[in-house]
Design a protein around this ligand. Structure first.
Ligand code: NAP
Length: 302
C-alpha cells in the first residue's frame, strides 16, 4: 500500500483527550463545565443509537449532559417552548435536536429556534453566514466538515495553494467544506472546485486534485484513474452495500463502503481515509469541540 492511512479513530482519541484536559482546566479556574442537551423525539432506533453515542462521549470528556426524551406526539408548540427553555438556561451551551423529527413538526422552524450561540451543529442560518465570512466570525464550524479539515491538517497535508476538489454540494458536507478550505487562514488557503451531478467532466477535475474530498453517497463513484498520484483522498461516503455476521458479536451488521474504490485508490494516493474509521469518528468529536467552544465564547476565552 502506497498511501498513508488517515485513521479517524486514532485522531479522535487525541482530540477527545485534548478536550478532556481543557474542560478540567476551565472547571478548576472558572467552576463551569460545558453543558450539552440532546433532545430526542420518539423512539427511532437509529436516532437512539446516535444519541447514546453522543451522550457517552459527552460524559467521557467531562461535560454536563442532559438527555431530554420527548414522546413522538409532542406538539410543535411544546417542542419550541422546550428549546426556548434551554436557550435561556445558563448551564447549557449546546442544544442538539436529533433528526429526523416526526412529520407533524416543521424541522426548519425547530432548528431555527435554537439560539445561534448554542447551535453547536452549526446549521443555523446565522452560523452558515458566519462560516461564509470566515476568520474570527466563525463560531461553530459544522461537525463533519470540521472533522475533515482536522484529518487533513493533523496528517500534515499542505492546504495552502493546494487544488482541492470537493465531490458533492450538500448543505451539510460539500458546500461548507468547500467554503472552509477556501478561507484565508491556516488549514485552508486552497483553490477549490466543487463538482456535482451536472458537472460535465468529473474525471478532469478530480485528476487535478491535490486534496480530493468525496461526499456523494455513491459507492465506488471515484475511479482509481481519477486520482492524482500522491493526492490526499478524504472519503466521506458511507454506503450500506450488504450485511455480514460480526465476528465479535455474532450479530448481523451492515457492510459499509465509501465513495472511492479504496483498494485500488490506496495504491495511488499519498494519504487516504478508510470507510469505516476515517471521517465517521470525527463528527461527534467535533460536536464536543463546538460545545467546549461555546462555553469558551461565553467566558471570553475565545
Ligand atoms: P447528499 O445530500 O445526498 O448530497 C450528495 C451530493 O453528491 C449532491 O450534491 C449530489 O449532486 C452529489 N452527487 C451524487 N451523485 C453524484 C454523481 N454520480 N456524480 C457527481 N455528484 C454526485 O449527501 P450528503 O449528506 O452530503 O452525504 C454524502 C455522503 O456522506 C453519504 O454517503 C453520507 O452517508 C456521508 N456522510 C457521512 C458523514 C460522516 O461520516 N460523519 C456525515 C455526513 C454524510 P447534486 O447536488 O447535483 O444532486
Amino acid at each position: 500500500m502506497a498511501a498513508k492511512l488517515i485513521k479517524g479513530t486514532e485522531i479522535r482519541e487525541v482530540i477527545l483527550e485534548e478536550i478532556t484536559q481543557e474542560v478540567k482546566q476551565i472547571k478548576e479556574k472558572h467552576g463551569m463545565v460545558p453543558g450539552l442537551v440532546t433532545i430526542l423525539v420518539g423512539e427511532n432506533p437509529a436516532s437512539i443509537s446516535y444519541v447514546t453515542l453522543k451522550i457517552q462521549t459527552a460524559h467521557r470528556v467531562g461535560f454536563k449532559e442532559v438527555q431530554d426524551s420527548q414522546p413522538v406526539d409532542i406538539s410543535e408548540k411544546d417542542l419550541l417552548a422546550l428549546i426556548d427553555k434551554y436557550n435561556k438556561d445558563d448551564s447549557i451551551h449546546g442544544i442538539l435536536v436529533q433528526l429526523p423529527l416526526p412529520k407533524h413538526i416543521d424541522e426548519k422552524k425547530v432548528l431555527n429556534a435554537i439560539d445561534p450561540d448554542k447551535d453547536v451543529d452549526g446549521f443555523h442560518p446565522v452560523n452558515v453566514g458566519r462560516l461564509m465570512i470566515g476568520g474570527s466570525e466563525v463560531k461553530f464550524p459544522p461537525c463533519t466538515p470540521a472533522g475533515i479539515q482536522e484529518l487533513i491538517v493533523r496528517s500534515g497535508v499542505e492546504t495552502s495553494g493546494a487544488e482541492v476538489v470537493v465531490v458533492g454540494r450538500s448543505n451539510i458536507v460539500g458546500k461548507p467544506i468547500a467554503n472552509m478550505m477556501l478561507q484565508k487562514g491556516p488549514g485552508a488557503n486552497s483553490t477549490v472546485t466543487v463538482v456535482h451531478t451536472r458537472t460535465k467532466d468529473m474525471a478532469f477535475h478530480c485528476k487535478r486534485a491535490d486534496i480530493l474530498i468525496v461526499a456523494a453517497g455513491v459507492p465506488d463513484l471515484v475511479k482509481p484513474e481519477w486520482i492524482k498520484p500522491g493526492a490526499c483522498v478524504i472519503d466521506v461516503g458511507v454506503n450500506r452495500v450488504g450485511e455480514k455476521v460480526s465476528e465479535k458479536t455474532g450479530k448481523k451488521v451492515a457492510i459499509l463502503k465509501g465513495d472511492v474504490d479504496f483498494e485500488a485508490a490506496k495504491e495511488i494516493a499519498g494519504y487516504i481515509t478508510p470507510v469505516p474509521g476515517g471521517v465517521g469518528p470525527m463528527t461527534i468529536t467535533m460536536l464536543m469541540r463546538n460545545t467546549l467552544r461555546s462555553l469558551k465564547f461565553k467566558l471570553g476565552l475565545m
